[in-house]
Design a protein. Structure first.
Lengths: 289, 298
């Protein structure tokens, strides 16, 4: 995360410095948008910025990562035009923003959903969040315990440095509870890539894995998830993520100071267009409807 | 004429000398760097944490014991496979195979040695691991044993190549002497040729171990990377996480100068010390064997 962030930081510096030296003297109409925040969104924001700049040569957008907190803090201090966040703004952040004369306005710009996948031969097709937590923390070790065949469960996860790993840990293993200190079972296989997880799930009927919804190939089986016991089991899909019935999904946000105006408004409107939302799907996120 | 020749001689000698010393300088620099980046971890992480059985760096669990056992299990397994196979192949090529066979086998083995390890990793993920899971009825094919098999494959060419050279260097008169005393072919190989080439064969094995313990890509792809303490016999058939795979997987994304960063360098240091230990052990054995041979001959 840190590396990529530094890389983007550097590249955005280079891009912006090139522009300021080569263009600003001759072309005074160039407008700048400062965009900063979540590392989860940074690739998406960069892809958007690149495409938007290609189409609108008078706008320059500099994108940096650093984390949701960093982005919101920068918005509160009025140093950025748009803050990216993979969580919604906290009460105390709104208060300190108000104290600073900043009025944060929220825009949902994409959604992020994690699909739980198993081999198509596996008869299990529904799990509750609690069962999923027990599977990954090592309390449930056989598919029989969740209504499947008598097979050992092989848990697959991304490496610990992946943002998906951390989100899965917080939302599924710890059920969104901050004081919960549940950890992944030590025998969880930590695979270095999404591709590794998909390959293993494809050939191993014992395996369970997870991945961004946009990356799951058609030949693997997705599990329908219920938020609590007795709740409805929901399969991940673009509609169920958008109507919030699928539980392992989150909104991704951009925040502005007050309702956006001028080029920032143009940019945010463009982000919600079909053209920009196509990029969302390409990067494995869920487009907003 | 004479003078310029002397000058050239002088420069060439110095160049060769420098490249000779550079190896020592590089090793010393690398070790110094590892210590500088790795030692701080001893002050930052409690020893009871560092030598515990839980590796989960994002929540400050820095137990490196599972990683050490993981590397050892995979490497020892690889040597159990590569040692007999490598020595067997070397003996066959040098002692038994007819000339034409030898001329095919040797380049082929060397070609195997040049295979990129990531390619072997792919083969492991797509062919070996699914096969082992079904054949041995394991929960998953991504195990220490899969890693050992592939690492064995990587170490074999090194072992064959060096051991074959050592066997080749045994004077023909030794074998003729043995035959003259009525020894069979097998007795000649086992009692005369192999012992005579002992130091070369040992070097071959040590180089193979070095190759196996330092290998990263293949291991990361096929061993499953689960940081489980591998101390039971069954651990060989379950997933493990090696030191090399841990460094490779985590170093790219770690914050420079953080506790996690220092701990990864500390693991590198442990790895370095293990290879150093293996090399020192090998040299001392070879040295003793030489001494003994000199005594007998004199």
């Amino acid at each position: 995360m840190k590396r990529t962030f530094i890389f983007f930081l550097l590249s955005s510096f280079i891009i912006s410095s090139c522009n300021s030296s080569s263009q600003s003297p001759s072309n005074t109409s160039t407008k700048y948008i400062e965009n900063k925040g979540s590392d989860t969104i940074v690739n998406l924001a960069l892809a958007w910025a690149e495409k938007y700049q290609n189409e609108n040569s008078d706008v320059r957008i500099s994108v940096t990562g650093g984390g949701s907190g960093t982005g919101i803090a920068a918005l509160i201090n009025n140093t950025v035009d748009i803050a990216n966040a993979s969580r919604s703004i906290k009460e105390e952040e709104i208060e300190s923003a108000k104290a600073n004369g900043v009025d944060p306005v929220e825009h949902v710009i994409a959604r992020d959903a994690i699909a739980v996948i198993v081999n198509p031969e596996n008869p299990v097709s529904e799990l509750t969040l609690q069962q999923l937590s027990d599977i990954y923390s090592g309390k449930i070790n056989n598919w029989m315990e969740v209504g499947g065949e008598d097979r050992p469960i092989v848990r697959l996860s991304r490496e610990t440095n992946s943002g998906t790993h951390v989100y899965f840990l917080e939302t599924v293993l710890r059920l969104g509870d901050k004081d919960n200190k549940t950890l992944f079972s030590t025998d969880t296989l930590l695979l270095p890539s999404s591709e590794g997880i998909i390959l293993e799930v494809r050939q191993n009927p014992n395996a369970i894995g997870y991945d961004g919804l946009g990356y799951v190939p058609d030949d693997l089986k997705m599990i329908a998830i219920a938020k609590e016991d007795g709740g409805a089991y929901v399969l991940p899909s673009i509609p169920t993520v958008n109507d919030k019935s699928y539980p392992i999904a989150r909104d991704l946000y951009m925040y502005t100071d007050g309702e956006p105006t001028g080029i920032v408004k143009d940019y945010l409107d463009w982000i919600l267009s079909d053209e920009a939302q196509e990029i969302v799907a390409e990067l494995g996120f869920v487009p907003v409807e | 004429m004479e003078k310029s020749l002397n000058w050239r001689e002088f420069i060439i000698t110095r160049l060769i000398q420098t490249s000779g010393y550079s190896a020592i300088v590089f090793v010393a620099l690398i070790f110094f760097f590892l210590i500088r980046e790795g030692i701080p971890t001893l002050g930052e992480v409690e020893l009871s944490n560092l030598f515990s059985a839980r590796w989960y760096p994002i929540e400050n669990y820095f137990g490196i014991v599972p990683l050490i056992t993981g590397s050892l299990v995979v490497t020892i397994g690889a040597m159990l496979i590569a040692f007999p196979l490598g020595i067997g192949t070397a003996v066959y090529i040098s002692e038994i195979a007819p000339r034409w066979m030898r001329e095919i086998l040797k380049p082929l083995v060397e070609l195997l040695g040049g295979l990129p390890s990531v390619v072997l990793g792919f083969l492991g993920i797509l062919l070996v691991s699914p096969f082992l899971r079904v054949f041995l009825d394991l929960p998953t094919g991504l195990t220490a044993f899969t890693g050992s098999l592939l690492l064995g494959g990587i170490a074999v060419p090194t072992i064959v190549s060096v051991a074959e050279d050592a066997l080749d260097a045994v004077p023909r008169s030794y074998r003729e002497g043995a035959w003259a005393l009525g020894a069979t072919r097998w007795q000649t190989i086992w009692r005369v040729t192999l012992p005579a080439a002992k130091s070369g064969v040992l070097t071959a094995v040590m180089l193979g171990i070095g190759r196996a313990i330092g290998e990263t890509m293949t291991v990361m792809m096929v061993t499953g990377n689960a940081p489980v303490l591998a101390v039971k016999l069954g651990s060989w058939f379950s997933p493990v996480r090696t030191m090399t795979a841990t460094i490779a997987a985590e170093m790219g994304e770690v914050a420079n100068g953080s506790v996690h960063y220092h701990t990864l360098f500390f693991i590198g240091m442990v790895l370095f010390l293990i290879s150093l230990g293996v090399n020192i052990a090998a040299s001392s054995v070879v040295f003793r064997a030489k001494k003994r041979a000199e005594r007998i001959l004199s």
